[in-house]
Ligand binder design. Structure first.
Ligand code: ZN
Length: 267
């Protein structure tokens, strides 16, 4: 296993992103910043949610490690649903999780399964899968970009569409969201990248091609990719929609080493 990642806070007081990896699994989480006057019903907050969700998902993935879905190990949506359920219980009776503004997060995850790489994306994180001779495949969940009426969205619309059929889904208090995630299996495994939207803005706001983003991520590395995001944000502040600097997390790696290109001659 070879995993590198970097995470850096944006303009907020705390970094509401997180990343984690273990044998055969990796994920990145991006907590949704609460509007200052939001009535979330939760006494814990987004940073707490991101920490608990990361711990719960790592525990589920660790417990299922070495047991593929076909052998009762659970698929990524099943493991994420269990993690969301676990965090829901950890909120305790003091939180009203029925409120539409209760803390939530976007998430991207990958997991080694027999013969391939299983991936899952919920909301605006991204999975990158390199393709020989071309730009990488970029997998994201863009349902938040397709709400009726287009941006900017009235806040009431976003509240009414969150974790609702026909709207968009986030990892919050509702385990059903896990089964609404964008998922798939890439045959053969191979290298992968995970980005939160603090990093995808390099392509989405600053005009980089995904091939260039992949090259930065896998070549120069996750910290250098975030350096580039910050440099662009400084140089071209007008290009950014939303926060001038968002929490940014990038992860790259592979679960099995690439096949050697040539063998050394024996003795
Ligand atoms: Zn709570």
């Amino acid at each position: 296993m070879d995993i590198r990642f970097a995470t850096r806070k944006g303009v907020g007081a705390e970094n509401e992103d997180a990343a984690a990896a273990g044998p055969g699994w990796a994920f990145a989480v991006d907590g949704a910043t609460e509007p200052p006057d939001a009535d979330t019903g939760c006494r814990h907050g987004v940073r707490w949610l991101v920490g608990r969700l990361s711990a719960a998902l790592a525990a589920e993935l660790g417990a299922a490690s070495g047991r593929p879905p076909a052998e009762g190990g659970g698929s990524l949506p099943e493991l994420l649903a269990a993690a969301i359920g676990r965090v829901r219980r950890e909120h305790g009776p003091g939180c009203d999780l029925s409120r539409p503004d209760s803390p939530s997060a976007a998430l991207a995850a990958v997991r080694a399964v027999p013969g391939g790489l299983e991936y899952l994306v919920l909301a605006d994180c991204a999975v990158l899968l390199p393709v020989p001779g071309g730009p990488p495949r970029m997998i994201t969940d863009d349902r938040i970009d397709r709400l009726p009426g287009g941006r900017p969205y009235p806040r009431e619309l976003v509240r009414s569409m969150r974790n609702r059929p026909g709207g968009f889904w986030v990892a919050g208090a509702d385990p059903r969201a896990a089964h609404e995630a964008v998922t798939g299996v890439r045959p053969g495994g191979g290298r992968f990248g995970l980005l939160t939207d603090g990093c995808t803005r390099l392509a989405e706001h600053f005009g980089y091609g995904w091939a260039e983003v992949w090259e930065l991520l896998d070549g120069a590395g996750p910290a250098a990719l975030i350096d580039r995001v910050r440099a662009e944000e400084r140089d071209r502040p007008g290009a950014v929609r939303g926060k001038p600097h968002d929490d940014a997390t990038a992860l790259v790696g592979a679960f099995a080493p690439a096949a050697p290109e040539r063998r050394f001659p024996r003795g």
